[in-house]
Design a protein around this ligand. Structure first.
Ligand code: SF4
Length: 491
């Protein structure tokens, strides 16, 4: 089912789910090194241009999910499981690589079916990937580099918990090829961290940042939450100031939301009301801007040149492979000529909004875990240029037992042509700069006139601005993003 985004946004996961140079040590997929997986090898194996007359497919990123945490936070609805015993790290890395082999066979070959598509970014998320040793992460990155060409200077992000990483670990991750760190600071008030069930303190975050810097990480993101129990705008401002004092390259400012199936949902804490949240968000955006961090997406703020490439690929409706328990992927199955709809409103979907047409859905859509390379090939043949989403089995044990085989693929669904523009907008309108019409055309295969016709109403109301062939939200439109998307929802 298609889900609307919300400005109460939370951490990005490739569900509906983006930096400097690579480390260049220890056989990592590093810029300037030769050998499998190196940037030099990557440059030599970049997928060739699409055949004449066929638009190129979007950039391809890779998300790898690590589904364990020391303990489960009461607000968290991610696929994360509290550690009950030591993780067999080698077994999970093996499973990820088998999973990747399966995805490559199904999804990562280019139009000729012989060359592999190049990876533009890698994100190791969770859960808590930093529970895995640098040796394990290094083996995964080498395995990825052995299997797919990597873009020169590829961004490789690792999520880390400030309470669970030691100084030496950061240096080893860096040597393994990780070149961007994302630390879950969440708050700098220890009392709030305790309420959030976090295992770290504010001082742990400060120490982790210092250690990461000492290890050579300049590209550092801090996650910070607001709208916390009993929090005032002044409290949120102090949290921001504490984060800014650490001078990260990037800030992700998320509102705490209460999600189903979480401990907070069963016993909700008392949260600030909507007006106070809005005040906080205004204060945070202004405070970040004063410190030189530009808001470029609903929750994302960066110093010049430090936007997260991996997440940008999501918002620009790029492709991504998803490996790991519960990981999601989105893939364009083959480039095709632009499509043309008759003039008028967007055509109706055959299977309902975001809902597959049972008659034409691939096997895995029926939930039988048997979506094969043959299904993929036949789907691509029937509708070249179509976009598919797919997802893996969530339970870590079952994932470990099935990774690489068809049963690890829990489901897949094509995005109906009629939903493609909406899904593109749901992502691209989150960007403060919006998007060029040429990008919308490339991702949806719709002619420009069809795209602008679909957006006529919000443009006429000045919720969306159309300038120099680029669409973006006005200040009012950005606040009304959910309403705009509701209005654009296909019937
Ligand atoms: S550390 Fe992150 S992924 Fe793990 S339970 Fe807490 S919020 Fe969820």
């Amino acid at each position: 089912m298609t889900r609307l985004p919300t400005q109460k946004s939370r951490r990005i996961r490739p569900t509906a789910p983006p930096k400097p140079t690579v480390a260049g040590k220890s056989g990592a997929p590093a810029a300037g090194k030769s050998g499998p997986g190196s940037a030099a090898a990557a440059a030599a194996t970049v997928a060739p241009a699409s055949p004449p007359g066929r638009p190129a497919r979007p950039p391809l990123a890779l998300y790898a999910h690590f589904p364990w945490c020391v303990k489960k936070c009461p607000y968290c609805d991610f696929n994360s499981h509290p550690l009950r015993a030591a993780i067999d790290q080698d077994a999970y890395i093996d499973a990820l690589l088998r999973d990747l082999d399966g995805d490559i066979a199904r999804y990562a070959l280019n139009e000729s079916g012989r060359r592999k598509r190049q990876l533009a970014a890698i994100f190791l998320g969770g859960g808590t990937p930093s529970l895995f040793s640098a040796a394990a992460i290094g083996r995964l990155l080498r395995g990825i580099g052995d299997r797919l060409p990597l873009a020169r200077g590829i961004e490789i992000t690792l999520e880390a918990n400030p309470g669970g990483v030691e100084h030496d670990d950061f240096a080893a991750y860096r040597a393994a090829g990780v070149n961007r760190l994302s630390l879950g600071a969440q708050s700098f008030e220890d009392a709030q961290l305790a309420k959030l069930g976090r295992i770290h303190s504010a001082d742990d975050t400060r120490r982790a940042v210092a250690a990461a810097r000492a290890a050579g990480f300049d590209n550092l993101n801090l996650d910070l939450m607001h709208g916390l129990p009993g929090q005032t705008t002044a409290d949120a401002g102090r949290d921001l100031d504490a984060a800014l004092a650490l001078a990260p390259a990037h800030l992700s400012l998320y509102q705490l939301t209460i999600e189903p199936h979480t401990a907070f949902h069963r016993r909700p804490p008392r949260l600030p009301n909507a007006d106070r949240i809005l005040d906080m968000q205004r204060a945070l955006t202004a405070g970040a801007a004063r410190a030189g961090y530009r808001r470029y997406e609903v929750s994302s703020y960066a110093r010049p040149g430090m936007r997260c490439r991996h997440n940008l690929n999501y918002w620009r409706f790029g492709d991504y492979l998803g490996i790991g328990a519960g990981a999601h992927g989105k893939i364009t199955v083959g480039a095709a000529a632009p499509r043309q709809f008759p003039p008028g409103p967007l055509p109706p979907t055959s299977g309902g909004r975001g809902k597959p047409d049972a008659g034409t859905a691939p096997a895995a859509e029926r939930g039988d875990g048997n979506f094969s390379a043959a299904d993929h090939a036949s789907s691509a043949q029937k509708n070249p240029g179509a976009v598919q989403r797919y997802w893996k089995i969530r339970h870590p044990g079952r994932y470990l037992a099935t990774a690489g085989g068809p049963r690890a693929l829990a489901g897949a669904r094509p995005i109906a042509d009629a939903d493609l523009l909406f899904e593109f907008l749901m992502n691209a309108l989150r960007l403060t700069d919006g998007f060029p019409l040429s990008l919308a055309r490339a991702r949806t295969r719709l002619p420009t006139a069809e795209i602008t016709a679909a957006l006529a109403n919000p443009v006429n109301r000045r919720w969306l601005l159309l300038n120099h062939h680029r669409i973006r939200c006005s200040a009012t439109g950005y606040r009304l993003l959910n309403e705009i998307l509701q209005e654009l929802l296909p019937e």
